[in-house]
Design a protein. Structure first.
Ligand code: CUA
Length: 297
């Protein structure tokens, strides 16, 4: 898909460079040559020729040529019916400032800030928003699409090769718009199936002791973890430990990063909706962090 967009871009670039060169050449010639005396009727006739040629024929031909390039590329991104293997459906919802990702056909798997897809297969991404307008954009996979509250837009993608691609919200959506990064990973089809199965069968143990009490009283109100809690206002944490970043790209998801995020997320990402739980004793926070680190299917 990105290849198609790139082709249209290069075609436009090449074509309009040609237009620029031709128009500049005519313009320079017009300035350089000695004016010739013509009658009023001749002047009108010559002007009319230039208006029709340069003002109507040339733009019409240019636009038609570009449409011939553009329309098929645009069509290839539409979720039109296909024969054979059906596209994988994923649902991505924009939030201030994170991404909710669902796989409705695969046991309702939910994750956040990461989109795992099979390489070499069509993916229909259904996007919407829970609050303001965001925009789904993974530059190396091609087209960008707005995420509008109350509407669902669909765009079709395909990653030809396995790899990691960076997605970024591309519609200004508030102070942390820049910190709305989506980690996209395309896996070999077999690895993707393994990932799906592992996610489906993953049932983490609930946290115990003081950490468990605090998790249940606070974190669980907003966050869900499969089989443990079902909050629905914040990112699902079921596979948190398998994600490369915290806070939608703000900080690396390692032992250090997780503790820093829990203690200091307001300075890492000011304005984020998570309350600052700075009254929780350090060792309880450590207990919660230790448990969160086990959340890897
Ligand atoms: Cu979401 Cu910008």
């Amino acid at each position: 898909m990105a290849q198609g967009v790139a082709n249209v871009w290069w075609a436009m670039f090449g074509f309009f460079t040609l237009v620029l060169v031709v128009v500049s050449a005519i313009w320079i010639y017009a300035m350089w040559r000695t004016p010739r005396q013509v009658s009023d009727e001749d002047a009108i006739r010559i002007n009319r020729r230039w208006v029709i040629g340069g003002g109507i024929v040339l733009p019409t031909v240019s636009i038609v040529l570009l449409l011939l390039f553009g329309i098929p590329t645009g069509r290839s991104m539409l979720p039109l019916p296909v024969e054979g293997e059906q596209p994988l459906r994923v649902e991505v919802t924009g939030h201030q400032w994170w991404w909710e990702v669902r796989y409705p056909d695969d046991g309702g798997i939910v994750t956040a800030n990461q989109l795992i897809i099979p390489a070499g297969r069509l993916i229909d991404v259904h996007v919407t928003s829970a609050d303001v307008i965001h925009s789904f954009w993974v530059p190396r996979l091609g087209g960008k699409i707005d995420m509008v509250p109350g509407r669902t837009h669909v765009m079709r993608y395909q990653a030809d090769q396995p790899g990691v691609f960076r997605g970024q919200c591309s519609e200004f959506c508030g102070t942390q718009h820049a910190n709305m990064v989506l980690h996209v990973e395309a896996l070999e089809e077999a690895d993707f199936e393994r990932w799906l199965a592992a996610r489906r069968n993953f049932s983490p143990a609930a946290p115990t002791g003081e950490a468990g009490t605090v998790f249940e009283a606070r974190c669980a109100l907003c966050h869900s973890v499969a089989g443990v809690s079902d909050g629905n206002r914040a990112p699902d944490l079921t596979d948190l430990a398998s994600r490369p970043y915290l806070g939608a790209g703000v900080i690396a998801n390692d032992h250090e990063g997780l503790r820093r995020w829990l203690q200091d997320h307001k300075s890492l990402k000011s304005g984020n909706a998570m309350p600052l739980h700075d009254d929780i004793p350090g060792e309880t926070l450590d207990g919660i962090a230790d448990w969160l680190e086990t959340l890897a299917p």
